[in-house]
Design a protein around this ligand. Structure first.
Ligand SMILES: NC(=O)c1ccc[n+]([C@@H]2O[C@H](COP(=O)([O-])OP(=O)(O)OC[C@H]3O[C@@H](n4cnc5c(N)ncnc54)[C@H](O)[C@@H]3O)[C@@H](O)[C@H]2O)c1
Length: 244
């Protein structure tokens, strides 16, 4: 159980981020849901009514350094510490490479790669002050394996794997772990468009991952995998090991 532990999740108003938040709450943790969508406060209230931990929702834009710093200052003031940070906010423009505009590329890199960097930097600064902490970033199956049409997204998510390794090495002797979870095909509002339906037949397990399934992986890596750092863990129904 994670009683008296504090977890912060980005992009937590819906989808996988909300499921990660609920998974921490189920284990008894105090949870801070953050999102640039103000609906995050309603999402947090729902969890707060259901679970014992202190659960709040705060508006935070992962592309805005000041917004991130303000939220972290508030969390440390209100909760006294932070044990786990999950940098889940992400998304991106999926198009064949030659069709990607400058704006498509920049917006994807800014949200996924730069947004994760800005959060990681603030988290590590906070963790150094308290001498411990655990970060889990959101990669993607598309960090490594391409169904096509993922030039910008793949660049960003692959970059997140690299930043995970770099920061893990920098702070391994400071009691700060940094890992990455790469979800497989997961039905969320992100992929309402049916893009994933075309890829599903290539998944050996022949079904979508649920947000709850991958959420448990995030919580395990954040809280239980205490000798693991710098890793990217794929939860992908077998895609990375073969075709069937
Ligand atoms: N769904 C999948 O199949 C899948 C697969 C692999 C990886 N992922 C990754 O998992 C993460 C979550 O995906 P999801 O499917 O739950 O997506 P989603 O679109 O359902 O949720 C993303 C959340 O991030 C928030 N967000 C977007 N921009 C933000 C910003 N600038 N600041 C703060 N919050 C912001 C959104 O408001 C939303 O609540 C993403 O990083 C995504 O790339 C998803």
């Amino acid at each position: 159980m994670l009683n008296n532990k504090v977890a912060l999740i980005t992009g937590a108003a819906q989808g996988i981020g909300f499921a990660i938040s609920e998974s921490f709450a189920q284990q008894g943790a105090d949870v801070v849901l953050t999102d640039y969508n103000p609906e995050v406060t309603t999402a947090a209230e729902g969890l707060n009514n259901k679970y014992d931990g202190k659960i709040t929702g705060l508006v935070m834009n992962v592309m805005d350094t000041k917004s991130i710093q303000d939220v972290f200052d508030k969390v440390i003031a209100d909760y006294g510490k932070l044990d786990y940070a999950v940098n889940n906010a992400g998304g991106g423009v999926l198009k064949p490479f030659a069709e990607l505009t400058d704006e498509d590329f920049d917006s994807t890199i800014n949200l996924d790669l730069r947004g994760t960097f800005l959060c990681m930097r603030t988290e590590i600064q906070a963790f150094l002050k308290q001498d411990y902490g655990s970060i889990v970033n959101a990669g993607a199956l598309g960090s490594i394996y391409n169904p096509g049409g993922m030039g910008a997204y793949n660049a960003a998510k692959n970059g997140i794997m690299g930043m995970t390794q770099a920061a893990a090495v920098d702070y391994a002797d400071k009691n700060i772990r940094v890992n990455c979870v790469a979800p497989g095909l997961t039905k969320t509002p992100l992929n309402d468009g049916g893009f994933l339906d075309k890829i599903l037949p290539t998944v050996p397990m022949k079904r979508y991952e649920t947000a709850d399934e991958v959420a448990k992986v995030y919580v395990f890596v954040a809280s239980e995998a205490t000798f693991m750092t710098g890793q990217t863990i794929l939860s992908d129904g077998g895609v990375s090991v073969g075709l069937k």
